[in-house]
Design a protein around this ligand. Sequence first.
Ligand code: KG4
Ligand code: ZN
Length: 341
Amino acid sequence: MRILGIETTCDETAAAVVRLTPEGSGEILADEVMSQIAAHAAFGGVVPEIAARAHVEVIDMLIARALARAGIAARDLDGVAAAAGPGLIGGVLVGLMAGKGIALATGKPLIAVNHLEAHALTARLTANIAFPYLILLASGGHTQILAVKGVGDYDRLGATMDDAIGEAFDKTAKMLGLPYPGGPAVEAAAQAGDPERFALPRPMIGRPNADFSLSGLKTAVRFAAEQAAPLTTRDVADLCASFQAAVVDVVEDRMRVGLKRFRERLATAPQAVVVAGGVGANLAIRGALARLCAEAGLPMVAPPQKLCTDNGAMIAWAGIERLRLGRADPLDFAARPRWPL
Ligand code: KG4
Ligand code: ZN
């Protein structure tokens, strides 16, 4: 089974071809990603209208390139998977319509993929993890702790009540004059900083639910930055380190509660603890999860960084997972800007 995957829900235009291996995991035959970061950097965040136009400009070329790299003609695909949401409606429409066009022209099944489901299933593309597993899904738009019980079968154990973790990194970067996207910039600056210089809050720690709240932390960074102004490079590094240390503590605590709730609700331990989404690239956060896993005696799985941020291979893989269960979608499937798992 070979599936084309198309991703356009945010600021990455991506097309990939993934093959289902006899062992049951995926082989990435082509994985083309074009980031729009440069187009949005001047605004410190993604501008929906600019994003949609940029997707239109490159989507056909990227799909053609992915098919060429994979050495496969569209008519030889077994299906076409396109992210149908959640995300910015203009961008989602571009990728979904491209996918529908190819499915219609070739008569192959369309799989309308939930972008969050694709992040949640990515770990099975590279590592053959069995269900159920616990996952921290953390990107610029989403922060959730899920029990992944099967394809299309998810229990949300916790979620953010305000900002996503990636968003908190992006906003912190913006306040401190660091470039967009903020995650990598804050992580890099934090390396040279003192995590104890600024006493920042650890919102939600100790609460019995596994939810997050990050807007208060962001505000605390703003106050600290205002008090320390004008900021030197040293101040920025210390603020980044202090902010990241607070996030790490929060993630560790929330995931510990998530694990407890997983065990209570499913009456079994997870097969693995997985981290996915762009924030999964953060080494300090990965370290916190590794500590938690070591303590609980569970394997930790973090997909390669390239598969943690938005990409087409994860959409193709989610398409494979659904299609092999016979779950294709009609060609009039509507784009869903909001689409909770
Ligand atoms: O999954 P993703 O590529 O796109 C969304 O669906 O949002 O995630 C992007 C988010 C951005 O907010 C970015 O700042 C964050 O992931 N991010 C990081 C790191 N790399 C990317 N956050 C913290 N540390 C990082 N190293
Ligand atoms: Zn994403």
